[in-house]
Design a protein around this ligand. Structure first.
Ligand code: GLN
Length: 304
């Protein structure tokens, strides 16, 4: 039996000693107010045991981590047709770059760069009756937790400064890869990014990707094949132009967000979430990555 509690307590302690914690995202003004000293880590294992350390129960903005959950919901709705509109290759570019989108005729490289996530948002806007309510219900159902909700201040803050996302959406529209209005799709996208969750809730939501498509209550959401595809995308594209580094250091499929959260998982074994709001220059949590490197090194458990 691995001593998860002992290992994560030691990781929390080690992170307190680090002086360079990275820089809190400021391009979304509401996120700039978060205290860089926060640090949380949570493990949920396949037997449904929970282990917490630090600020693991404090909510934060999940930002791009939401892109995995919108992908899961849209994949369940439209199946393999989804890949006609979004590719499955790493971009090697920052999450908000647009150059490849034009070169590749409006087909985003993958569903986790912003342009790809905007196409997924468009699919949900087309298929859900009340997109914002229905998506939130999906997450509340996955986690069995109705306290999870949007932070409308963060969504509005991003809308006001979301120039690059407007550019991406207009470019997608010009190539015929956006069926709804730019404003409607981006309103949904800014809201999905503004969802607040803590580390424990994140591990609970991602249990389906660790547990072959079934949530903690045993309800099936995705086929084994769909889980394989989503986990493969997290491994190859979850950290944008730092996906190689994350696989090299940590060795798990995972996803980051500019709110400082990271979720990662070892299929059939555990989900782990970290939160440390300071980012490195690629936009991924600096101490979160270091903590997960320490975690897979100390447990000796990665996919490799
Ligand atoms: N909402 C953010 C954006 O669109 C998400 C980016 C991220 O978390 N990497 O810029």
């Amino acid at each position: 039996m691995i001593q998860y509690q002992k290992i994560i307590d030691k990781i929390s302690e080690d992170t307190k000693k680090v002086t360079d914690k990275g820089v809190v995202a400021s391009y979304i003004p509401e996120l700039a107010t978060i205290n860089v000293d926060k640090f949380g880590i949570h493990i949920l294992d396949a037997e449904k045991n929970n282990f917490s350390s630090g600020d693991a129960l404090e909510k934060f903005s999940i930002q791009s981590i939401s892109k995995v959950l919108t992908l899961a919901l849209s994949f369940g709705l439209v199946g393999e047709d989804l890949w006609k509109r979004v590719d499955v290759e790493p971009s090697g570019d920052p999450f908000n770059h647009l150059s490849l989108l034009e070169l590749e005729n409006g087909i985003p490289r993958n569903p986790f760069i912003n342009a790809g996530a905007i196409v997924i948002a468009d699919i949900l806007v087309s298929h859900l009756k009340n997109p914002k309510e229905d998506f939130l219900k999906f997450i509340q159902e996955l986690t069995n937790d109705t306290t999870i909700t949007y932070n409308r201040k963060v969504a509005l803050s991003e809308k006001i400064t979301g120039y690059k996302n407007y550019a991406a959406a207009h470019l997608l529209k010009s190539y015929g890869n956006l069926n709804n209005d730019v404003d409607t799709v981006l309103d949904f996208y800014f809201h999905q990014c503004s969802i607040e969750m803590n580390c424990k809730q994140l591990t609970s939501a991602f249990f389906i990707f660790m547990n072959r498509g079934k949530c903690q209550r045993g309800k099936n959401y995705l086929s084994i094949n769909q889980v394989k595809r989503i986990n493969a995308l997290m491994l190859t594209c979850g950290f944008y132009d730092e996906a190689g580094e994350f696989a090299f250091e940590v060795g798990l499929p995972g996803k980051s967000g500019v709110g400082g959260g990271i979720i990662a998982l070892l299929p059939n074994t555990y989900c782990v979430a970290t939160w440390s709001p300071g980012l490195n220059f690629k936009g991924n949590s600096k101490l979160g990555m270091a903590a997960l490197e320490e975690f897979t090194t100390k447990t000796g458990h990665s996919i490799f």
